[in-house]
Design a protein around this ligand. Structure first.
Ligand SMILES: Nc1nc2c(c(=O)[nH]1)N[C@H]1C(S)=C(S)[C@@H](COP(=O)(O)OP(=O)(O)OC[C@H]3O[C@@H](n4cnc5c(=O)[nH]c(N)nc54)[C@H](O)[C@@H]3O)O[C@H]1N2
Ligand SMILES: Nc1nc2c(c(=O)[nH]1)N[C@H]1C(S)=C(S)[C@@H](COP(=O)(O)OP(=O)(O)OC[C@H]3O[C@@H](n4cnc5c(=O)[nH]c(N)nc54)[C@H](O)[C@@H]3O)O[C@H]1N2
Ligand code: SF4
Ligand SMILES: [Mo]
Length: 748
C-alpha cells in the first residue's frame, strides 16, 4: 500500500481526495488513481474526470523556463535571476511613473490552488497595487453582495440533511459543487421522502432525476421566482411567526409582491401557473429546504436580482439556521470577502464587490486614454484571454499595456500575450491547498504534499513572490534574520510574540507578512512544507474566532495552543483534517455586519425597485440577425475549465459539439455531425452539430473550456469567449450574460 500517495483532484471546487500510484518515464507520471476513503468530504468518491490528471501534470504545453518577449513578438528563454530583476525593475518604474494603483492583478487561485493568492498579496502591497480581480467576479459577486446585505455573511445549503433540494441554473451531475454529487443525486432521487426541484431550460442530467423540473425559457428566472414569491406573499403562505422572530422588513416584501400578476409572470417564463403553484405547495410543506444557484442564473439576465429572489424564497419559509436549511460555514480563509461594495473601479466606475473589479470591465479600464487606466498586469494561475468575455478584446488590452507578467504552468492563450512568462511548479510538485471548504457540520482542510520534485527550472508561487519582493528591496531582511534566529533558538512561542510585534510596529513588514513567514517559519516546517507557512496565522485567526468548534474537533487548550496543534495537524495530515465540528445555532451568531445583528435583513431597496423593470416581461433577447440563444460554456462530461490543455483526456465529445434541438436542426437543414458556423455580434466559429432534444427550440449550447490553442497548433472545439461580449452584463455586479448570447447558425 505504501506505493499509493495521498493528494486531491484539482479539476473542480470539490477537490476530492485521491490516492495515486506514480511511475512511467522517470517516475514522473500519475499512473493509477483511486478515491481516498480517508478524505473527510469525498470519502472515496471520484467522478470520471479525475482519471485524466496526468494530462495536467505532464501536459505538452508545460513551461520549463522563464520566457521574455522579444521585439519580433516571439519568446526567448532567460534565467530566473534575469527575469526576476527585470520584472522588479520595470514594475517599480511603472509604479514611480503612474502609481502602484496602475498595476492590476488578476487570478491567484484556480480550482485546486489558493496559496498563490496569499503570497501574491505581498507583491501587490509592495507595489501599491489597489485593483485586482479573479473568476469570482464573473460569476459569484452578485450573490456575495446580496448575501452581505441579507446576512452579512455567505451562506450555503445543507444538502446532506434537507428534505427538499432546489437547483437553480445548476447541474451538479456534471459540475458537482456538493460532495459526492452523483452518488448524492442518485440516493436523493430514489428516496420517496425527499423531493428534488430543478429549474433549468435544458433537460440536464440533474433535471432528469428531479421530481419537478421547471423548464423555464432561457433568461427568465426572475419572472419565475417573482411569481413564486408573489404566491407566498399574496396567499400569506410565508412563515409569519419565524419571520417575526428572525427577520426584519417583512411588510416591505409583502407590499412589493402584492401586485405582481402571477399568471402573467408564469407566461413570461414559459411555465404554467398550475405547475408553479404545485411547486410552491411543495415548498410550503417542506420541513427543510436547501437551495443552490449557479451559473445558469449567475451568468444570465437579472442575475443579482435573481440571487436576491432565490434567497427570499427560502427565507420567507424560514429555512435558515436549522438542520437541512442554509447555514453560515466557517473557514480558515474566507475567499468570498465581505460581499460589500465600498469603492469603484478607476475608469468605468464599476462597483468593486468583495474587493474584485467586475471581469467584464477590465478591458474597458485598459483600452482608453483615461489617465487612471491600468498600465501593467500580473496574471497568476488564470487564463483570462480564454475565460473572460471577448477574447479578442482581452488580447488587444493586454498587448496595449506597458508590462504583462503571467505566472502559469503551461503556455496558455494568456501567456502568449505576456511580456514575461514565469513557469510555476504544478500543484503536484509543491505544497498546495484550496479554501473551497464549506462543509457542515464537520468542515475540513486539506493541505496536499508534493507528489514529485519540481520540474527543473520551475518555482512555486511562494518562491516567485519572495524573490520579487527581495528584488524590489521590499523584504525586511534584518527582521527576517531576527525572526529566523528567534525561531531556531527560542521556539515558536517566542517567534509568535516577536512576529506579532513586528506586524504592529512595521507597516512595511506587515504588508509583506506572507513572504516573511515563508522565508522564516517555512524552512522550519517538517518535510519541507515551506509553502504551508501562510496557514499558520490563518489557524491562529480561526482559533481566536471559533475556539468552540475547534475544540469539538479535538483541539483543546487556549486558542493559541489550539491554533498550533491545528497547524501541525494540517501540515502532517495526508488526507485532510477536520478542523471544525459546528452546530447549526452558530449560524445565528454569525449573522452580523448586515446592520441588523442576529436578524436576517429582507429588504434590499435597489433590488426591490428593480422588480418594477420586470413588469413588461423579458422582451426579445434575440434579433432578426441573431435569432437563437446560445449558452456559451456548458459543463459536460469532459470539460474542466482550462486545467487540461490536451484534448487527449476526453473519452467522448472531443470537438465539443454545438447542441441544438431537432426543431432547430430541421429549420437550419442541419444533421448530426454536420459542420456549421456560429456567429454572434462579437465573432464567429466553426463547430460540429449534435442534435439533442434536451435543448429547447431556439436554445443552443457550447461547452466550457474548449478551443484551446495547443503548442502543436491544434484547436479542438470552440473557445466560447471568442463569441461573447463584455457589454452584456448585470447592472449591479457587472457579471456576464454568457448563458444567453444571441447567435446565428448556418450550415457550412
Ligand atoms: N465537468 C465540469 N465541472 C465543472 C467545471 C467544468 O468546467 N467542467 N467548472 C467548475 C466551475 S468553475 C463552476 S463555476 C461550476 C459551474 O457549474 P454549473 O453552474 O452547474 O454549470 P453550467 O453547465 O455552466 O450551468 C448550469 C446549468 O444552468 C443551466 N441554464 C442555462 N441557462 C439557464 C437559464 O436561463 N435559467 C436556468 N435556471 N438555468 C439555465 C444549464 O442548462 C446548466 O444545466 O462547475 C464546476 N465544475
Ligand atoms: N463563456 C464562458 N466563459 C467562462 C465560463 C462560462 O461558463 N462561459 N465559466 C467561467 C468560470 S465559472 C470560471 S471559474 C473561469 C475559469 O477561468 P480561469 O479563472 O481563467 O481559470 P482556469 O481555466 O481554471 O485556468 C487556470 C489556469 O491556471 C493554470 N494553473 C494550473 N495549476 C497552476 C499552478 O499550480 N500555478 C499556476 N501559476 N498556474 C496554474 C492553468 O494552466 C490555467 O492556465 O472560466 C470562466 N469562463
Ligand atoms: S468531483 Fe470530479 S472533478 Fe471534481 S474534484 Fe471530484 S473527482 Fe475531481
Ligand atoms: Mo467557476
Amino acid at each position: 500500500m505504501s506505493d499509493w500517495h495521498s493528494s486531491a483532484c484539482i479539476l473542480c471546487e470539490c477537490n476530492c481526495g485521491i490516492k495515486v500510484e506514480l511511475g512511467g518515464e522517470g517516475g514522473r507520471h500519475i499512473t493509477r488513481i483511486r478515491g481516498d476513503e480517508a478524505h473527510p468530504a469525498s470519502q472515496g468518491y471520484l467522478c470520471q474526470k479525475a482519471s485524466g490528471l496526468d494530462h495536467y501534470q505532464n501536459g505538452k504545453d508545460r513551461l520549463s523556463s522563464p520566457l521574455r518577449r522579444t521585439t519580433d513578438g516571439s519568446f526567448e528563454e532567460i534565467d530566473w535571476d534575469t527575469a526576476i530583476s527585470e520584472i522588479a525593475k520595470r514594475m517599480l518604474t511603472i509604479k514611480s511613473e503612474h502609481g502602484g494603483q496602475s498595476i492590476f492583478y488578476y487570478g491567484g487561485g484556480g480550482q485546486g490552488n489558493h496559496l498563490p493568492g496569499g503570497y501574491s498579496a505581498a507583491t501587490r502591497k509592495a507595489l501599491g497595487s489597489k485593483y485586482r480581480s479573479n473568476a469570482l467576479a464573473q460569476e459569484k459577486t452578485g450573490e456575495f453582495w446580496v448575501n452581505s446585505q441579507m446576512f452579512g455573511q455567505q451562506v450555503r445549503g445543507d444538502f446532506e440533511h434537507c428534505d427538499v433540494a432546489i437547483f437553480l441554473g445548476k447541474n451538479p451531475w456534471h459540475s458537482h459543487g456538493i460532495p459526492r454529487a452523483r452518488a448524492w443525486l442518485r440516493d436523493f432521487s430514489k428516496d420517496p421522502a425527499r423531493t428534488m426541484i430543478v429549474v433549468d431550460p435544458v433537460v440536464s442530467e440533474t433535471a432528469k432525476l428531479a421530481d419537478f423540473h421547471l423548464r423555464v425559457k432561457p433568461g427568465t428566472d426572475a419572472w419565475l421566482l417573482s411569481a413564486m414569491i408573489a404566491v407566498l406573499c399574496q396567499d400569506q403562505r410565508y412563515n409569519q411567526e419565524w419571520l417575526n422572530n428572525h427577520a426584519v422588513g417583512l411588510d416591505a416584501i409583502v407590499a412589493a409582491f402584492a401586485d405582481i400578476p402571477v399568471n402573467k409572470y408564469c407566461n413570461f417564463c414559459g411555465i404554467s401557473e398550475s405547475e408553479v403553484r404545485e411547486v410552491v405547495e411543495v415548498i410550503v410543506a417542506a420541513n427543510s429546504i436547501a437551495m443552490y444557484e449557479d451559473l445558469g442564473v449567475q451568468m444570465n439576465r437579472h442575475s443579482t436580482l435573481v440571487s436576491y429572489l432565490e434567497k427570499l424564497l427560502w427565507v420567507l419559509r424560514g429555512h435558515f439556521g436549522k438542520k437541512g436549511g442554509q447555514y453560515v460555514p466557517v473557514a480558515l480563509q474566507n475567499i468570498a470577502g465581505s460581499g460589500r461594495s465600498s469603492r469603484n473601479s478607476p475608469v468605468v466606475g464599476a462597483p468593486i464587490i468583495s474587493g474584485l473589479v467586475p471581469c467584464n470591465v477590465i478591458t474597458e479600464e485598459i483600452l482608453t486614454d483615461h489617465p487612471d487606466r491600468y498600465r501593467a498586469m500580473i496574471i497568476e494561475t488564470a487564463n483570462p484571454v480564454h475565460s473572460l468575455a471577448n477574447s479578442d478584446q482581452m488580447r488587444k488590452a493586454l498587448r496595449s499595456l506597458d508590462l504583462v507578467v503571467a505566472i502559469d504552468i503551461a503556455m496558455t492563450e494568456t501567456c502568449k500575450e505576456a511580456d514575461y512568462i514565469l513557469p510555476a511548479s504544478t500543484q503536484y510538485e509543491k505544497w498546495e491547498a484550496t479554501f473551497f471548504n464549506f462543509e457542515f457540520p464537520d468542515n475540513y482542510f486539506h493541505l496536499r504534499k508534493p507528489l514529485f520534485a519540481p520540474l527543473e527550472n520551475t518555482l512555486s508561487e511562494a518562491e516567485i513572490h519572495a524573490r520579487l519582493i527581495e528584488a524590489m528591496g521590499a523584504m525586511p531582511t534584518r527582521i527576517c534574520d531576527e525572526l529566523s534566529d528567534i525561531l531556531a533558538t527560542s521556539g515558536r512561542d517566542a517567534y509568535r510574540d516577536r512576529f506579532m510585534q513586528v506586524l504592529a510596529e512595521h507597516p512595511e513588514a506587515s504588508a509583506v507578512a506572507s513572504v516573511i513567514l515563508y522565508r522564516t517559519l517555512g524552512p522550519s516546517l517538517a518535510n519541507g512544507a515551506k509553502e504551508a507557512a501562510l496557514l499558520w496565522p490563518l489557524c491562529l485567526g480561526f482559533a481566536m474566532g471559533e475556539s468552540e468548534s475547534l475544540e469539538k474537533a479535538g483541539y483543546n487548550g487556549d486558542p493559541i495552543t489550539q491554533a498550533d496543534s491545528l497547524f501541525d495537524a494540517i501540515v502532517s495530515g495526508h488526507s485532510g483534517v477536520v478542523f471544525s465540528k459546528d452546530t447549526i445555532d452558530n449560524s445565528w451568531r454569525r449573522i452580523k455586519n448586515n446592520g441588523f445583528d442576529g436578524k436576517i435583513n429582507l429588504v434590499i431597496n435597489d433590488l426591490l425597485n428593480e422588480l418594477t423593470n420586470l413588469k413588461d416581461g423579458p422582451g426579445r433577447m434575440t434579433s432578426e440577425e441573431f435569432p437563437y440563444l446560445l449558452m456559451a460554456g456548458e459543463r459536460r462530461d469532459y470539460s474542466a475549465n482550462t486545467i487540461f490543455r490536451d484534448g487527449g483526456w476526453r473519452r467522448k465529445d472531443r470537438g465539443g459539439a454545438l447542441r441544438i434541438s431537432s426543431t432547430d436542426a430541421q429549420q437550419l437543414g442541419l444533421g448530426d455531425g454536420d459542420r456549421a458556423c456560429i456567429t454572434t455580434a462579437v465573432g464567429s466559429a466553426v463547430t460540429t452539430i449534435e442534435i439533442n432534444d434536451r435543448m429547447q427550440p431556439g436554445h443552443m449550447s457550447l461547452p466550457n473550456g474548449f478551443g484551446l490553442d495547443n503548442v502543436d497548433g491544434r484547436r479542438e472545439g470552440v473557445a466560447a469567449n471568442e463569441l461573447t461580449s463584455t457589454q452584456q452584463r448585470d447592472k449591479f455586479a457587472g457579471t456576464p450574460w454568457h448563458k444567453c448570447v444571441a447567435a446565428q447558425v448556418s450550415a457550412l
